[in-house]
Ligand binder design. Structure first.
Ligand code: NDP
Length: 502
């Protein structure tokens, strides 16, 4: 039977996301996230003409400033990103309101400011409230908005609230946060953001797995030996010491990015790329993770912290400004995860993430099993290189498949090579920054790439027993020199199974 490519349907899929007219209130507009991520993403959307025609930004924070001062600070922080005329035009979208989040007077002032801006900008009462403040303020701001009647969809437009990670510190506090948000909002109004889900390669996992026939038949325990997920940073805690020392790698990276990537790689095919069908499958997968028992944690988990390197040019974590000299916060974690379902029985997923490591890299590597029999004299199957499919996320986005091939010449000599695809080389244009995509989705009301309440809770369910054990038992902390590949114990985690990190 001949199959025809239905071009119309394909084009419909890649039609540009249609952002609806709206005003975006950024609480914490004077902060690091707003300056480094949100305003640059909004500016880029503006340059690419992807912002809705009717749009405004209203920055909010405690710092006293008027609109002009805020616009100046916006232009300064974006100075490298565009021409003077673009910056001038973009900053025209920006307005500012100062106040204390605990005071009802802020929300009354916000109400009249929004009414005034909406009348001028014709945004139809559609509002996005972006909570870019310390997390303790999320319930405070939501309550302030709710009490002032600013979260109700009834006034003609819609209201959506974007919540930044961390979504709580553990299961109990995550549930408390959800309860506080849900007093004034519905789940459909809450956009929990994990910016990894906005990255091209992360979204491409779904296209690779579910829009190609060749992968699905081998995507299981029969052909896959193991999976490695790595997010390694060369930087230390930089200017976020206060936050990081209270948080650590497990909460900062595993609760969200690492488990999100694991669920995308391992979930069952959703019936449709619809927000809820897709998130149902991710949650189902996380529920299938085998819990650790207190007596086998040491065997499957590694908890590390960086120490000073031998050249003494990189400080230990405990020497960083703002970090306690006896801190036991982990700057590195590695874990072996087993997924107890039909597809993955017996296939280990090794996850690792840390700071001050030798190289900056984010990738998912799917290692296939060796061939069952070698027809090449003297070569055992395990002497042949196993195929590894690498989904590279950072620093370059792309895909590579390693394979054995014949070297030219009269002998049967083999070489291992990589079939490689780089987003930049193939598509040329820069791939959008993750925040651009996610902000656009929020303006379009698409929650597919945002974390649902049950997803956040089930991730805490996996991590809570580990966090508890680590809190009680500080002896399990091991040290690695700053700038190294990680603790030796992380090598042992794979070596015990006859494997090694890539
Ligand atoms: P900041 O520490 O820079 O705080 C943001 C703003 O909140 C500050 O500019 C400050 O504005 C206000 N603020 C700070 N402390 C208080 C306080 N105690 N009471 C009232 N207001 C306060 O945070 P970030 O911008 O780094 O992060 C914002 C949120 O986003 C956090 O929840 C963080 O976890 C999350 N996040 C941040 C990332 C990043 O790269 N920065 C990455 C991922 C998530 P003012 O004093 O003017 O009121």
């Amino acid at each position: 039977m001949r199959r025809f490519i239905t071009r119309g349907a394909r084009e419909e899929l890649c039609a540009e996301i249609k952002a609806e007219s709206c005003g975006m209130v950024i609480f914490g507009a004077s902060g690091d996230l707003a300056r480094r991520k949100l305003l640059p993403a909004l500016f880029e959307l503006f340059r690419r003409q992807l912002l809705p025609a009717n749009f405004f930004i209203l920055g909010g924070a405690r710092t006293e400033m008027d609109d002009d001062a805020f616009r100046r600070s916006v232009r300064e922080s974006l100075a490298e990103a565009g021409s003077d005329s673009e910056l001038e035009e973009f900053s025209g979208f920006c307005h500012y309101i100062a106040g204390s989040y605990e005071q009802p007077v802020l929300y009354e002032a916000l109400k009249s400011r929004l009414a005034e801006l909406e009348a001028g900008c014709l945004t139809g009462g559609n509002r996005i409230y972006y909570l870019a403040t310390p997390p303790v303020l999320y319930p405070v701001i939501t309550e302030g908005l709710g009490r002032a009647g600013l979260t109700s969809d009834a006034a003609g437009g819609w209201s959506r609230v974007v919540v930044e990670k961390p979504f709580g510190r553990d299961l109990v506090s995550a549930r408390e946060l959800d309860r506080a948000l849900l007093r004034y909002l519905t789940e459909q109004q809450i956009y929990r953001i994990d910016h990894y889900l906005g990255k091209e390669t992360v979204q491409n996992i779904m296209i690779l797995r579910f829009a190609n026939t060749i992968f699905e038949p081998v995507w299981n325990r029969q052909y896959i030996d193991h999976v490695q997920i790595t997010v390694a940073e060369t930087l230390g805690v930089e200017n976020r010491a206060g936050y990081y020392d209270q948080t650590g790698a497990l909460r900062d990276m595993f609760q969200n990015h690492m488990l999100e990537m694991l669920s995308l790689v391992a979930m069952e095919p959703p019936a449709s790329f619809d927000g809820d069908r897709h998130r149902d499958e991710k949650v189902k997968l996380l529920r299938a993770i085998r819990p650790y028992s207190p007596w086998d944690m040491d065997q499957f988990l590694v908890r590390g912290q960086y120490a000073q390197n031998s050249d003494k040019n990189l400080p230990a974590y405990r020497q960083e400004p703002g970090i306690k000299s006896d801190s036991t916060t982990e700057t590195y974690a590695a874990m072996q995860v087993m997924v107890d379902n039909w597809r993955w029985r017996g296939v280990p997923f090794y996850l690792r993430s840390g700071k001050r490591l030798a190289r900056k890299v984010s990738e998912i590597a799917i290692a296939f099993k060796p061939v069952p029999h070698s027809m090449f004299a003297g070569l055992m199957p395990e002497n042949l290189l196993s195929n590894v499919l690498v989904l590279a996320i950072q620093p370059e986005e792309g895909i590579a498949l390693s394979m054995e091939t014949k070297r030219p010449g009269p002998h049967m000599c083999m070489s291992s090579l990589n079939l490689q695809f780089s987003y930049r080389d193939v598509f040329g244009e820069r791939s959008g920054n993750a925040y651009e995509r996610l902000l656009l989705d929020c303006m379009a009301g698409d929650q597919t790439l945002f974390v649902r309440r049950d997803g956040a809770e089930v991730a805490w369910n996996v991590l809570d027993p580990i966090l508890q054990q680590w809190q009680e038992e500080t002896g399990s902390l091991c040290f690695y020199p700053a700038g190294a590949a990680g603790p030796e114990q992380a090598e042992a985690l794979l070596a015990k199974d006859g494997r090694a990190w890539r």
